[in-house]
Design a protein around this ligand. Sequence first.
Ligand code: AMP
Length: 304
Amino acid sequence: MSLVVVGSVAFDSVRGPHGCVDRMLGGSATYFSIAASYFTSVRVVGVVGDDFADEHHSVLLTRGVCTQGLERVAGKTFFWAGEYSANMNERETLDTQLNVFATFQPKLPPHYRQAPFLFLGNIDPELQFAVAHQMESPVLIAGDTMNFWIEGKRAELIRTLSKIHALIINDSEARQLSGEYNLLKAGRAIQSMGPETIVIKRGDNGATMLQGQEIFSVPALPLEEVYDPTGAGDSFAGGFMGYLASHGSNNGGLTHAKFRRAIIYGSVMGSFAVEKFGVDRLLHLTREDIDARLHEFQRLMHFE
Ligand code: AMP
C-alpha cells in the first residue's frame, strides 16, 4: 500500500561530541522516506530550492522514492542547524530558515491523493492540514510536530490534530503540547484533541504507545556508539508507517498487534539512523540487517 509523506527536505548543519557536518542532506521527509522505503512505496511532498543539486535528488531516487510531489522553485532550500550536548540527550536548535517553505502551497499529483496511508512529517501545521485535506480516502493519517510549531502555530496545530488518527511525538513536546508533565496524562490529554493513537518517543529510553485504553512500551536498543541523533524520530516514524502500510489494506486491517510490531520496526530504523551522520547509515541497509535488528529487540525484551 502506498504511503505519502509531507515534511521538510532540508540542509542540516549538526554539531556534537563526534564532530560537525555542514549542510548535509536532511529534513523530516527525507529521513522518513528513506526509512519507509525498505517496507513500501513512498511518495514525497515538499519543496526545494535551486541549491538542491541532482546528487541530493538522486539520494531519494536510489531508494525508489517517488518525487513527483517534490517541487523545485527559485530560492534556498529549508535550512536547520542544531547542536547536541555531551551526553547527546539534549539538542539546541541554533537556526531554522524556512526559505522556500515560507510560501509553499502543496498541490498533490492525482495518484498521490488516492494513497491510503499519509504521514504529516514535521513541518508547518497549515501545510500538514492542506495535504491531509487533499487526500481522497485515507485509511491512516499519522503526524509529527516539534516545539517550533507548538510555540509558533498552536491553533493551526490543534486543527491538524483533529484530522489525524495517530500522533508520533517526543516526550518533551508531548509535555509542552498538553501542559502535563506525567507522560501518561500528557498522552491522554493529546488523545482528547483527536488522535486515538499517541506514540511518545523517549530518546534512549525507548517509546510508549497509547491506543485507546491500551498501553505498549519498548526500550531503545542499547548502542555503543551514537554519532548523530538527527532524524532518529523521523526514521522511527518511517519504519512505523512503512510497516503498517505494507500490512494494511484499503479498508484498514490494522489491529493493535500490528501497531505493536510497527513500534518495533520504528525503533529498529531509529537505531540505525543515529549510527552515522545524516542519512548515511540508513541508505546502506539490507532487509537482512533490519530483520537481524528486529531479533535483537526480541531477545532484549524476552522473559519467561
Ligand atoms: P528529528 O531529529 O527526527 O527530530 O528531526 C530532525 C530533522 O527535522 C532535521 O533533518 C531538520 O531538517 C528537520 N527540522 C528541524 N526543525 C524543523 C522545523 N521547524 N520544521 C520542519 N523540519 C524541521
